[in-house]
Design a protein around this ligand. Structure first.
Ligand code: LLP
Length: 432
């Protein structure tokens, strides 16, 4: 559930008309709802309350500092994957001691930075990485808290580009090798085992793959806990959200549909997993990104042209794949709605951006209301893996971001100026 809804004909984010924001701040524009972000964090936190736990928000899904600050104020920890993300979290007021550092390619510089800042755990993805962390820790005269990311080799039933927990993927250490890795690493004097981690993939909309993976690794976790005095077990992130039409079809209608009965809620997730996890007696870490930030954001865009050509009705908008790459990259579905609702017949349309690539589309042959130049559209569920994956392709500026809280709205990232795009570039001296 989110806080983008029509009041009369106009789309609102909480208490603010979205079109007012589009006119005031320009488009393409990301608009975030603080209330939605907060609610999703709290729902999951509440559902998991029967076990000692810490939610470590996956910063990669949305790293705007206002979003991070909101979550830090709610007591969230953070799942980070680079030195840059750690610096961001610190700058936003997050606590490094509540950060877990994941990723297959941590550099020495990143490891040193994270060690100095005192992250809660390095989630190591290879034995070579454990050796590197040990070396850096020895040099700094520190003991590094570590966990291994276990690759449980289970199918996550999601898009191949976001499946991470099978032996086809580069992530983690194979399930069968983990016992030996923990035993061997005891010789590394500047490491201390703190936990064990896994993550099977993203946008998983059924509880079964999570339960399967947890069941599979539980005996291993129990063994490791006994042998190495672990403190936590991280079950990763990956909880999926609703991308399918929920708003355009009328919320109530959708929520009564068969599809709604099968969605993954914090309650169904916790009901299946808590009974498995509680007897372990470990602190449970969760690393959700999309579940918390996904439905908390939309991307607002203006219609530049409508062009009928061949068999198609193309709606050409001012946002593009550089602003939101998910449809181009994962064939992802984002619901598209007008900021001002009108009646009338729906027309099969391709909503496309101005970038010179056929892949630059947001939808194909989708029945949409008739729109014309100057109308605004919103791409929903764009709060996760939206702005963070934006680029300057075609020398297009990064969009602005706005945060709404009730009737308040603030720009939380200025639109990038064109000059900023090439600010770091130089003409080679021999060309001058
Ligand atoms: N923990 C680890 C170790 C991860 O690799 C990820 C995501 C997460 C947590 C958070 O997953 P979430 O709860 O957000 O599903 N760009 C893709 C998603 C890539 C996810 C990568 N890892 C997309 O737009 O669908």
């Amino acid at each position: 559930m989110h806080d983008f809804r029509y009041l009369g004909k106009r789309l609102f984010c909480e208490g603010v008309g979205v079109e007012t924001l589009a006119k005031r701040f320009g488009t393409p524009l990301y608009v975030y709802s603080q209330r939605t972000l907060t609610r999703h964090f709290q729902e999951l936190d509440r559902a998991m309350s029967p076990v000692e736990h810490l939610i470590c928000f996956a910063v990669k899904s949305n790293s705007n500092q206002s979003m991070l600050r909101t979550l830090a104020n709610l007591g969230s920890g953070f799942d980070i994957v680079s030195g840059g993300e750690l610096a961001r979290v610190i700058s936003a007021g997050g606590d490094p001691r509540q950060c877990v550092f994941a990723g297959v390619g941590k550099t020495e510089v990143e490891i040193e930075f994270a060690l100095r800042r005192g992250v809660y755990s390095f989630n190591a993805e290879s034995e070579a990485e454990l050796h590197r962390i040990n070396r850096v820790a020895a040099r700094l005269n520190k003991v590094a808290p570590v966990a291994v990311r276990v690759n449980p080799d289970v199918a996550a039933q999601t898009h191949t580009k976001i499946t991470t927990g099978t032996y086809e993927n580069k992530f983690g250490i194979a399930f069968e090798q983990v016992d030996a890795v923990y035993a061997r690493a005891r010789r590394l004097k500047n490491l201390r085992w703190r936990g064990v981690q896994m993550h099977i993939g993203s946008q998983i909309t059924a509880v079964r793959p999570f339960a399967q993976a947890v069941r599979k690794v539980l005996p291993l976790v129990r063994r490791l806990k006994e042998r190495h005095e672990l403190e936590f077990f991280s079950i990763g992130g990956g909880l999926g959200i609703i991308y399918q039409p929920a708003l355009a079809s009328g919320m109530a209608q959708w929520w009564n549909s068969a599809a709604a009965k099968n969605i993954l809620t914090p309650e169904t997730y916790a009901a299946r997993l808590v009974p498995l996890l509680k007897p372990l007696g470990l602190k449970i870490l969760l690393e959700p990104g999309r579940f918390i930030s996904g439905n908390a954001g939309i991307l607002v865009t203006r219609v530049e042209y409508v062009k009928r050509t061949g068999r198609k009705n193309f709606v050409i908008v001012d946002a593009a794949m550089n602003d939101l790459i998910r449809p181009a990259f994962y064939e992802a579905y984002h619901e598209i709605v007008p900021l001002t609702r009108q009646g009338g017949a729906l027309i099969k349309s391709d909503v496309v951006g101005p970038i010179c690539e056929s892949g630059d589309f947001f939808c194909k042959d989708r029945p949409l209301p008739k729109v014309g130049e100057g109308d605004f559209l919103a791409l929903l569920s764009a709060g996760a893996y939206g702005f963070v994956m934006a680029s300057n392709y075609n020398t297009r500026s990064l969009a602005a971001e706005v945060l709404v809280n009730g009737k308040l709205a603030a720009v939380v990232r200025e639109r990038q100026s064109v000059k900023e795009i090439w600010a770091g570039e130089k003409v080679a001296p021999w060309l001058k």
